[in-house]
Design a protein around this ligand. Structure first.
Ligand SMILES: NC(=O)c1ccc[n+]([C@@H]2O[C@H](COP(=O)([O-])OP(=O)(O)OC[C@H]3O[C@@H](n4cnc5c(N)ncnc54)[C@H](OP(=O)(O)O)[C@@H]3O)[C@@H](O)[C@H]2O)c1
Length: 302
């Protein structure tokens, strides 16, 4: 069963193959979501400083009754922390906020601050500085693994050229109809595990009739097909839900998609519109007053 399986990171640390995403789960609701997930058998919870639910994730862990060493907790360093000092104090803040003596993994959330996402400036120097801060805390033992997110090839090359510890993970947008094959291949060749965020396309794949037909063929749901698809590419999926029935369903992926159907799914037409979330930089939107207000509104609603 997938919940009992791990990948091994390049430093030998084991990471559960399925993680629970928590974007847009409020700090209050995430406590119960972590408790439910642990009860079902999840051992990997994924958050970020930007999600404003780190303290709830820490409380959820403490309420779950699982031993600290049995839960893999991953968070992400704010995209705007692009100096050694800022990154060091932000990492410390996560440890304090979650109330943990160590965090299993921390990733640089984005190579560029959100309001500069997609700009030409790749913040090479700032990322080297943020990386140096992660390396120091990693060497102190308060982070068991470190990595990056939303990094393109050139961003990875920048870190690889100067680091003393290689990134163990790159977390990127990867789902049926959006599979950046070259980046995945380059990253995996470097010995870096690729995590698939928004594996159900933030929910948008649920509306896709082409994908529904393939799911029907295997007698599974679209989320199950989507999660299985990323696993078969050697990726680590991070589906988000606070609904225990969905958590159970998402962990029930013991079927095999044929090579022919994998090829078909890779070539499904890209999603043009991520609905409510389209204005988010990670889906090609620009950070402006509208996207900020929408984010605030959605996090209160959730
Ligand atoms: N690094 C980054 O920049 C970045 C960016 C985006 C996301 N992420 C990470 O990736 C995680 C997942 O991405 P995401 O939140 O964008 O979306 P996602 O996991 O692709 O999709 C979530 C949506 O699918 C629904 N869903 C999940 N399981 C379902 C099921 N079994 N049946 C029906 N509906 C189901 C959820 O609804 P319910 O909640 O009602 O179940 C929700 O609407 C995030 O939580 C976050 O941890 C990282």
């Amino acid at each position: 069963m997938i919940l009992d399986e791990n990948y091994t990171l390049s430093n030998g640390v084991e990471i559960p193959k399925l993680g629970l995403g928590t974007w847009f789960i409020s700090n209050k609701d995430v406590v119960q979501a972590v408790v439910d997930a642990v009860k079902i058998g999840y051992r990997h919870i994924e958050t970020a400083q930007a999600y404003r639910n780190e303290s709830g994730v820490g409380d959820g862990f403490r309420a779950s009754g699982v031993k600290r060493e049995d839960l893999f907790i991953s968070t992400k360093l704010a995209a705007g922390a692009k100096s050694f000092e800022k990154a060091t104090s932000a990492i410390d803040r996560s440890l304090q906020t979650m109330g943990l003596e160590y965090i299993d993994m921390m990733l640089i959330h984005s190579p560029q601050p959100w309001n500069k996402f997609g700009d030409e400036d790749r913040y090479f120097e700032g990322n080297r500085e943020a990386w140096r801060a992660l390396e120091e805390v990693y060497k102190s033992g308060k982070l068991r693994a470190i990595g990056v997110s939303n990094f393109e090839k050139e961003d990875l090359e920048n870190i690889l050229a100067s680091c003393t510890v290689k990134p163990m993970v790159n977390q990127i947008l990867a789902h049926i109809s959006n599979t950046p094959k070259e980046l995945i291949q380059y990253t995996q060749v470097q010995g870096i595990l690729v995590e698939a965020y928004s594996p159900i396309a933030h929910g948008e794949l649920l509306k896709n009739e082409e994908v529904a037909k393939i799911a029907d063929k295997y007698g599974v749901t679209i989320p199950q097909l989507s999660i299985r698809y990323t696993l078969q590419l050697g990726l680590l999926p991070l589906p988000k839900t606070a609904n225990p029935a969905h958590m159970e369903e998402n962990a029930d992926v013991e079927f095999v998609i044929s090579d022919e159907d994998m090829d078909y799914l890779i070539n499904v037409d890209p999603i043009e519109d991520y609905g409510d979330a389209s204005m988010m930089p990670v889906y090609g939107g620009k950070m402006n007053l509208r996207s900020i207000l929408s984010m605030i509104f959605r996090s209160f609603r959730s």
